[in-house]
Design a protein around this ligand. Sequence first.
Ligand code: ATP
Ligand code: MG
Length: 324
Amino acid sequence: MPILEVRDLHVHYYTLRGVVRAVEGVSFTLERGEVLGIAGESGSGKSTVAYSLLRLVPPPGKIVKGSIVIDGIDIMKLSEAELRSKVRWQKISMVFQGAANVLVPVYTVGYQIAEPLIIHKGLSKKEALERAKELLKMVGLPPSFVNRYPHELSGGQKQRVVIAMALALHPNVVIADEPTTALDVVVQAQILNLLKRLKKELGMSMILISHDLSVIAELADKVAIMYAGHIVEYGPAERVYTNPQHPYTRALLAAIPRLRGPKSKLRYIPGSPPDLRNPPPGCRFEPRCSEAPSELREKCRRELPPLIEVEKGHYVRCWLHAAR
Ligand code: ATP
Ligand code: MG
């Protein structure tokens, strides 16, 4: 049984200016010990998917449809109290996008790691602080950091602290939302190495979210590529990277700058994503697609392509494939 199974997730934001259809028809599974990477440009719905998995979509957002089963528990059926006492931080936890900046300035790092252990596990303050020291060691920080305040830490050190917080209750699944985005490249590499080590040592099941495909390549076993609220391609990382099938994935991969080899012009994808309050009924990437032949365009615009399995476990949502 997979540790996490998401089926047909739809999440909408009910704003004064209309309904933002941020996530629609998203399905994926995460096996135990596996890392799933979710990639896609800004606004594609990555964080909204992540929030949904904890049932913490911020208002005016709402999960309107779908099932989310974590370790055999359908969390869509649980009450808020059950989510708090059984699921969040214990079954699934999250390193929030920009979390390092929201550490509470007036509490020590140790206390902030210890607090969930006191609340959820009933540890005494002293026991919880001892455990906080172990967690700090696990993320590569000296145990003496328990007594430090957030402003006494560098950005990379703060990021390690929020990772330690996410690990505190031994969750089955950890979500890391853009864990390296605000960091310089050297510290970015250190954090990725830390996540790699945790995957290996703890057999951690993880969802790694990034707009940067080269970050995801470092860690992911499986990749989901999101565009304007849909998963457009999904499959084993190695296959998606070496044999990308969706025009959007191909464009994203082509836009990664290369350090070695002949210098080429920096490529980008012309155009911008659709307004999610009024998305086109068909393929949301069609206006920017450079691959669909003219005779297919009408169909692309009108009908949403299904997810098609192009090789074992490798799916793509594109009429170029369905038409064959
Ligand atoms: P980024 O890479 O910038 O973090 P993302 O892929 O995480 O982007 P989301 O934050 O999930 O994207 O946003 C998905 C869509 O939902 C966007 O169109 C965004 O404008 C919209 N959205 C997100 N939060 C809200 C909100 N509170 N109210 C209204 N719309 C929202
Ligand atoms: Mg985000």
